[in-house]
Design a protein around this ligand. Structure first.
Ligand code: F6P
Length: 548
């Protein structure tokens, strides 16, 4: 077994954490600050262009020490080495997990089955670079001799969410190409995209690690049929390229080997944007920016691999999740970026975090008797303040939140940026401090309200506070800083999986629904009503068939 397989709740440090939790669970963050003048400084990690303030979390120095003790007891250091060295840590699929190798420099050595994978990684990067340059410069022509103006990424899950999120986040750095994403098997999705496109100037990038995914193959087939309505078969070579591990199936689809960008099975779908899956990113922002994204991720890899745990951003961040999830019994975590550019960031992380750590069987094959993966959700501030913040402030649930902000705005409108960031700072402060009764009462002073009315209203205006947040303040949104940020969450996922004693890199849970959908599709198409469904599904299917 590559990774240790210990039930975390049986460790000495877990027991210590439990009694420590009982001691500090009702302490208010305000009191923790009042009793320790050094708290903000001591619980902040400054690294490169990242300023990460963990001090508004419901922890003390002792909590962090105990959480680190837990990580040590569960051999986290050894697990990190095994991950980076290409050990088979994805044991249920018999694979190494090496998205980190995709951003390693040319002179690195990472062995898989005794072979150094780095030269091939860089060969694929060269292919991405050459292709990107020829499309962006207009040298790569469509079949009728026109330059490419539009790129359509056809993929789903990790073959969509990562590239789509990064292209959207880096739109400031985009070139003249317009990038589109088709993912849903809902035929209206691709129709809405192609209706504005000129087949003569559009490049389709079919992205599927397995090249068996129903959604992607259906969309690719339908789009190719649409393309062939106006273009000859020979034009496919100029307008369709693919990214996959399954070279034979891509060739059977009709794409030349020269137009295939290969990837390896040791790249998990939800960690694949650094591989050829990122081709649409490279096309959208240019290869140099794609390279900077990878460089940023590599810097975070080095930070994660070499920093002591007490100053290790992904490690602390992951341990805090364990603290809230397993001790405070918090069920979800919010991700609130204070930039509209990161509009898709929480959606992207939903797959990364929930597909990875939504598991209930441990590495020994036993049902876990503790909580694992958290629910992830979020939207950019300030919009989210006017949507769901009420519940975070005054609801009954504890929702730890990551606030992600940038010191500089990209267009440099400082008036707006100061307003944006004043909200970022204000929200974390308000969540922490809340508002006590005396403050509410004081606010009523000078207003023409009767004492009775004041007494009646006061309880509704009191905020308990003590809501934990982590503040990530990054200098500027650049390809490199985005690479660092994404890699930070990737490593956080890994650490959580190690602590929870689960396999983070398989996703068998997604399969059941897929299998059932296949057999129901057969029924829908073949007018077969012999299947043995539950009464509810039976009636729904019958209603659909009668009315469609
Ligand atoms: O959702 C399940 C899943 O297997 C993801 O892990 C993956 O990112 C997605 O489907 C798409 O898979 P593929 O790239 O093989 O089409």
């Amino acid at each position: 077994m590559a990774l240790k397989a210990t039930n975390p709740t049986t460790t000495k440090s877990w027991k210590k954490l439990q009694s420590h939790f009982d001691e500090i669970k009702s302490k208010h963050l305000k009191d923790l600050f009042n009793s320790d003048a050094q708290r903000a400084k001591d619980l902040t990690v400054k690294w490169e262009d990242f300023y990460v303030d963990f001090s508004k979390n419901r922890v003390t120095k002792e909590t962090l020490d105990l959480l680190i003790e837990l990580a040590n007891e569960l051999d986290l250091k050894d697990a990190i080495s095994k991950h980076f060295d290409g050990d088979i840590i994805n044991e249920t699929e018999g694979r190494a997990v090496l998205h980190t190798a995709l951003r390693a420099p040319k002179n690195a050595t990472v062995l898989v089955d005794g072979e150094n994978v780095i030269p091939e990684v860089h060969d694929v990067k060269k292919k991405i670079e050459n292709f990107t340059n020829s499309v962006v410069s207009g040298n790569h022509k469509g079949f009728t001799g026109n330059a490419i103006t539009d790129v359509v990424n056809i993929g789903i899950g990790g073959s969509d969410l990562g590239p789509a999120m990064v292209v959207d986040s880096l739109q400031y750095y985009k070139n003249q190409l317009t990038t589109h994403f088709v993912s849903n098997v809902d035929g209206d999705h691709y129709q809405e995209i192609i209706k504005h496109l000129n087949p003569e100037t559009t490049l389709f990038v079919i992205v599927s690690k397995t090249f068996t995914t129903q959604e992607t193959l259906s969309n690719a087939n339908s789009i190719r049929s649409w393309f062939l309505e106006s273009q000859p078969k020979e034009a496919v070579a100029n307008h369709f390229v693919a990214v996959s591990t399954n070279i034979d199936s891509v060739k059977n689809f009709g794409i030349d080997e020269a137009n295939i960008f290969p990837m390896k099975d040791w790249v998990g779908g939800r960690f694949s944007l650094w591989s050829a899956v990122g081709l649409s990113i490279s096309l959208a922002v240019g290869y140099d920016n794609f390279h900077s994204l990878l460089e940023g991720a590599h810097k975070m890899d080095k930070h994660f691999k070499t920093s002591d745990f007490d100053v290790n951003i992904p490690v602390i961040s992951a341990l805090l999740t364990v603290w809230y999830n397993n001790f405070f019994e918090a069920e979800s975590e919010a991700i609130i970026p204070y930039t509209q550019y990161l509009n898709q960031f929480a959606t992207y992380l939903q797959q990364g975090i929930m597909e990875s750590n939504g598991k209930s069987v441990d590495r020994n094959g036993n049902k876990v008797n503790y909580q694992t993966g958290t629910l992830i959700w979020g939207e950019p501030g300030t919009n989210s303040q006017h949507a769901f913040f009420q519940l975070i402030h005054q609801g009954t649930k504890l929702i730890p939140a990551d606030f992600i902000g940038f010191v500089e705005s990209l267009y440099g409108n400082n008036d707006h940026h100061d307003k944006l960031m004043s909200n970022y700072f204000a929200q974390t402060e308000a969540l922490m401090n809340g508002k006590i009764e005396a403050e509410v009462m004081a606010e009523f002073k000078g207003q023409s309200l009767s004492q009775e009315a004041i007494n009646k209203l006061t309880p509704f205006k009191v905020f308990d506070g003590n809501k934990p947040t982590t503040s990530l303040l990054i200098q500027k949104l650049t390809p490199e800083s985005l690479g660092k940020l994404i890699a930070m969450y990737e490593h956080k996922i890994f650490v959580q999986g190690v602590i929870w004693n689960i396999y983070s890199y398989d996703q068998f849970g997604v399969e059941l629904g897929k299998q059932l959908a296949k057999s129901i599709l057969k029924e829908l198409k073949e007018d077969d009503s012999s299947s043995n469904h539950d009464a509810s599904t039976q009636s729904l299917v019958a209603f659909y068939k009668e009315n469609c």
